[in-house]
Design a binder for this molecule. Structure first.
Ligand SMILES: *Cc1c(COP(=O)(O)O)cnc(C)c1O
Length: 410
C-alpha cells in the first residue's frame, strides 16, 4: 500500500501541473520586480508553440520556477508555491512509499545529482558532530567500501575530513565483517571518534549492495559514534522494487539519510538527484547568511529549476507503483536471461541478485567486443572488469547477438 503514490493519466498529470503553475507567480502578468529571474528568453524559447499546452514539463521549464531552498521545512519562498507543493509530494513518495519512512518524518529536496546529495549528507553529519559533540575535524572520519563512488572523496576533500575505504572481497564485492571491525578499531586507536558511514544500495561499477549491520556492529564495538547515509544513487529506484529483500531504508532506525538519482534508473532529465533525511538533520546545513532567501537555505546548491521536480514526479505518477514494479521486473528478467547465457558459456562475471548491472571479468571478453558495445571498464588504462547495465533500451533482442559473439570470440 502506498500513501502518496498513485497512478495518474496524462490528463490528470497535465491538470495538476498546470494548476501548480497557475499558483506560481507570473512574470508576464504580475508586477514581480524583486527577483533576478524571469521566464526563459522568448527569442529562443518560443512561448507560443502550440504543443506547449499539452506539455506540462516543457511549460514548467519555460516558466522557469526557482526551487531554491528546502520546501519540506516550515518556510519557503512564496513565489513558486504551486510547483514547490509537487516537490514536497515527490519527497513524500520517495521517503515514505519507496523507502518506508513515516509520513511527515523526513525532509528532502531535488539536488543536482547523487554527488551533491551525498556531499549534503556528509556536510550535515560533519556539522552535527562539531555542533553537538564538540568534535574537531580530525576526530571525524568517513567509512565506506572500496567500491564506493568517488564523489565521497570529493566530499572528504571539500569538508576537510578523512575517508577510510575498506577493501571489498575481489569476487563477492562484500566488505568482510572482520575487516570493518579491524579498521574501526584502528581508527579509534588513532583518535577518530565520529564516523560517517556510507552504505551502498548498488555500487556504480558492480551493482553490489552493502550490509549495513556489518558497519553498525563494528563501530558499536569500537566505541565510536556514527551516522549512516545510504548511497542509493544507482539502486534507489531499483532495489526496493525487486524481490531480494534489500532493506536499506527508513524502517531501519540506524539509517538517517538516503540519496536517490532519478536521472539514472528513472530516466529523468539530468539534475534530478534526490536527498532525503530524517527530520531534524537539514538544520545542520543551514546557511543563516542566506537572509534574502525566505525560509533561508538548507541546501548545498542554491538556485535550482523547479522543472526537475516536476519531471521526476510525472515519471513516478505516470507509471504508478505497480507500473514501476512491473518495469523493474522486466529489467530483472532480462538481466537474469543474460546471466543464464553467461553461465552456460562459462563466462566469469559478478551480479547482485537485486541489480541490473552485470560486470564481466576482462579475461572473459575481448577488448574489441567490449568496446564495440560501449561496455564501461573499471579502469580505462588497465581494465579488470567491464560492465553491462540492462537499461530500458538494452533488450534481449539486442543482447542475443552480443552473447553469440561472446561465445564465438570471447
Ligand atoms: C552515479 C552515482 C553517484 C553520483 O551521481 P551523479 O548523479 O553522477 O552526481 C553516486 N553514487 C553512486 C552509487 C552512483 O552510481
Amino acid at each position: 500500500m502506498t500513501t502518496f503514490w498513485t497512478q495518474k493519466t496524462d490528463g490528470e498529470l497535465k491538470e495538476r501541473v498546470f494548476d501548480a503553475l497557475s499558483r506560481n507567480v507570473h512574470y508576464q502578468d504580475q508586477n514581480v520586480f524583486g527577483v533576478p529571474a524571469s521566464q526563459l528568453d522568448e527569442k529562443v524559447f518560443y512561448k507560443n508553440a502550440s504543443f506547449l499546452k499539452d506539455a506540462p514539463f516543457l511549460s514548467t521549464l519555460m516558466e522557469n520556477p526557482n526551487h531554491i531552498g528546502c520546501h519540506t521545512l516550515e518556510l519557503s519562498e512564496p513565489f513558486f508555491e504551486g510547483t514547490q507543493e509537487i516537490e514536497r509530494e515527490l519527497i513524500d513518495i520517495c521517503a515514505c512509499d519507496i523507502l518506508q519512512g513515516q509520513p511527515g518524518q523526513q525532509d528532502g529536496y531535488v539536488a543536482s545529482g547523487g554527488t551533491e546529495a551525498n556531499i549534503q549528507a556528509i556536510w550535515i553529519y560533519r556539522n552535527l558532530f562539531v555542533a553537538d559533540h564538540g568534535a574537531s575535524l580530525d576526530d571525524i572520519c568517513i567509512i565506506c567500501s572500496s567500491d564506493t563512488h568517488y564523489c565521497i572523496d570529493k566530499a572528504a576533500n571539500l569538508l576537510s575530513i578523512d575517508v577510510a575505504r575498506i577493501q571489498v572481497d575481489e569476487a563477492t564485492r562484500i566488505v568482510p565483517a572482520d575487516a570493518v571491525e579491524k579498521i574501526a578499531k584502528e581508527l579509534v586507536d588513532a583518535g577518530k571518534k565520529y564516523f560517517i558511514v556510507i552504505v551502498n544500495m548498488m555500487t556504480t561499477m558492480f551493482g553490489s549492495v552493502d550490509d549495513v549491520n556489518c558497519y553498525v556492529d563494528a563501530i558499536k564495538k569500537s566505541g565510536g559514534e556514527f551516522r549512516i547515509h545510504v548511497d542509493g544513487a544507482f539502486g534507489g529506484f531499483y532495489c526496493p522494487f525487486t524481490d531480494g529483500g534489500v532493506n536499506l531504508n527508513f524502517s531501519n532506525p540506524d539509517i538517517s539519510s538516503v540519496t536517490l538519482d532519478a536521472h539514472k534508473m528513472l530516466q529523468a532529465p539530468y539534475g534530478t538527484g534526490v536527498f532525503l533525511a530524517r527530520k531534524g538533520l537539514m538544520q545542520y546545513a543551514v546557511t543563516k547568511e542566506a537572509s534574502y532567501v525566505e525560509g533561508q537555505d538548507y541546501t548545498l546548491i542554491g538556485s535550482r529549476s523547479g522543472a526537475n521536480a516536476i519531471a521526476v514526479w510525472m515519471i513516478l505518477m505516470k507509471n504508478g507503483p505497480q507500473g514501476w514494479r512491473d518495469k523493474i521486473g522486466l529489467l530483472q528478467e532480462r538481466t537474469q536471461w543474460l546471466c543464464a547465457q553467461l553461465d552456460e558459456s562459462g563466462v566469469d562475471y559478478y551480479r547482485h541478485p537485486c541489480s541490473n548491472i552485470v560486470t564481466l571479468r576482462s579475461g572473459s571478453i575481448s577488448k574489441e567486443l567490449a568496446e564495440s558495445h560501449w561496455l564501461v571498464p573499471d579502469d580505462h588504462e588497465n581494465p579488470a572488469w567491464y560492465k553491462i547495465v540492462v537499461m530500458e533500451h538494452v533488450t534481449i533482442g539486442k543482447l542475443e547477438p552480443f552473447v553469440m559473439s561472446l561465445q564465438q570470440t570471447g
